[in-house]
Design a protein around this ligand. Structure first.
Ligand SMILES: NC(=O)c1ccc[n+]([C@@H]2O[C@H](COP(=O)([O-])OP(=O)(O)OC[C@H]3O[C@@H](n4cnc5c(N)ncnc54)[C@H](O)[C@@H]3O)[C@@H](O)[C@H]2O)c1
Length: 309
């Protein structure tokens, strides 16, 4: 049985525990604050039946839950594991301290991965003896519903650590994508950032309303994006494929790129967009809408799982 440790039992640590236990792994779960563990186990026990009902859990919830073992010390949690997923606070000093402890305590062959949203692995692993086995495995929240994981090595990470992480993620039912060089925002958030930057420009210039802006994605671009990426999209949108598309529309995209001046997300703009969102979704309805989002995601995933590639 694959043995892994999940370090930190907050929002992301508990979600990873579901991913690994669902795949049949033995999961040792540790948090610096002992109260975090029962809260995480309650959360997981609530989620598993929903996943089972949506066809996204192959076994009974109790069977999966039993694979997640709360552990009292970090040292004990990483004993005999082949992979560690760290989910502590998003601050460099905490990541440095955790990785120093993990490097000291985990078996020499174990990969040490961080869930960090944006801190490059080089910022907290440089001084470690085992820095060659450290990397970032960045999930999209929640990873038990969104399979993509960015694998982001530091310049000194061993190729074998990257390959072993990719293989483990595939075994866990996730979809790895390797980001070969350290970059702010890795790659996924750079794509999201490019879309948001243009959206905010269009809204600041009053080119379109906030509702219509969201409609462009949910009734337009996003329909394709749930089963194909932007490269396959343009490849299918011109008779001669991608090169033909670039030939036809390249000058238009070049013009748009030249017009794309950076824009401050200032108080006035953010305030206007926040007001538009709250008019559509009162603040107290946000948790209800989050549950709705997760149910929609589960239905979409179940649909995708039934379709041949
Ligand atoms: N929330 C997201 O959407 C998201 C998405 C992708 C990645 N991440 C990353 O995952 C990591 C965890 O984020 P989260 O949203 O689960 O945060 P969280 O605050 O929910 O959980 C952090 C956990 O770390 C524990 N902790 C606090 N201090 C600690 C310490 N010194 N050592 C060890 N553990 C400690 C806390 O008790 C808590 O359970 C962060 O690096 C974050 O950037 C978050």
């Amino acid at each position: 049985m694959t043995k892994v440790a999940v370090i930190g039992a907050g929002l992301i640590g508990r979600a990873w525990s579901i991913v690994f236990a669902r795949a049949g792994f033995d999961v040792a779960l540790w948090d610096k604050f002992p109260n975090a563990i029962p809260a995480a186990l309650d959360f997981i026990a609530d989620r598993l039946p929903e996943l089972r009902q949506a066809g996204l859990l192959g076994e009974e919830p109790e069977v999966v839950l039993r694979r997640i073992r709360p552990i009292e010390t970090l040292r004990e949690a990483v004993k005999d594991v082949e992979y560690v997923q760290e989910n502590g606070p998003e601050r460099v000093p905490e990541k440095k301290a955790l990785f120093a402890e993990l490097d000291h305590a985990a078996p020499a062959g174990a990969v040490l991965a961080s869930s960090t949203s944006g801190i490059p692995a080089s910022a907290f692993t440089e001084e470690l003896r085992g820095r060659g086995r450290c990397l970032v495995a960045h999930p999209v929240n929640p990873p038990y519903l969104i399979p993509l994981v960015e694998i982001c090595p530091a310049p000194w990470t061993d190729e074998s650590a990257v390959e072993r992480t990719r293989a483990l993620m595939v075994k866990a039912g996730q979809q790895p994508a390797t980001v070969k060089k350290e970059m702010d925002g890795f790659a996924l958030n750079r794509l999201q950032g490019a879309l948001l930057a243009e959206a905010f420009r269009l809204l600041a210039d009053d080119v379109i309303s906030p509702n219509d802006l969201d409609a462009l994605v949910k009734h337009g671009l996003g329909l394709r994006w749930s089963f194909m990426g932007p490269l396959e999209t343009i490849d299918l949108n011109a008779p001669g494929g991608l090169a033909d598309y670039c030939n036809r529309y390249g000058p238009l995209y070049a013009k748009m790129q030249q017009q794309a001046v950076p824009l401050d997300w200032d108080e006035a703009l953010v305030g206007k967009l926040q007001a538009a969102r709250r008019a559509d979704l009162p603040a107290n309805m946000q948790p209800v809408r989050q549950e709705w989002r997760d149910r929609r995601l589960m239905a979409l995933l179940a649909h995708k799982a039934e379709q041949p590639e």
